[in-house]
Design a protein around this ligand. Structure first.
Ligand code: ZN
Length: 105
């Protein structure tokens, strides 16, 4: 089941909100995905620097997270190549982690 995350829910103004450790881990995971996807904005797919940490029957998954931008919705999609955990990130545009270059097209 895909996790849909509006990244604005983890923000306080233009920076990451002060969060409990567990939520902070999730934010670190999601923001690494945003950075990877926006750095490779013009590529069909790339891999996040933060790997999967999904817990499967007590075993931590360390799979690579593939990320991409859906150009119809501008949502960022991600999926673990090992366990298939997946999700969508919305409302990431112009956040700290949006690494798109605005000077060249
Ligand atoms: Zn995984």
């Amino acid at each position: 089941m895909a996790m849909i995350t509006n990244i604005q829910h983890f923000m306080d103004g233009d920076k990451a909100a002060d969060l409990p450790a567990e939520a902070q881990d999730l934010v670190n995971f999601l923001t690494a995905i945003i950075e990877a996807a926006t750095l490779a904005y013009d590529k069909p797919m790339t891999v996040s620097t933060a790997g999967c940490k999904n817990d499967i029957n007590g075993q931590t998954c360390f799979g690579n997270i593939e990320v991409w931008v859906d150009f119809d919705t501008n949502h960022i999609g991600w999926e673990c190549v090992e366990c298939g955990d997946d999700g969508v990130i919305t409302d990431w545009e112009y956040t700290l982690w949006d690494k798109r270059s605005y000077t060249k097209h």
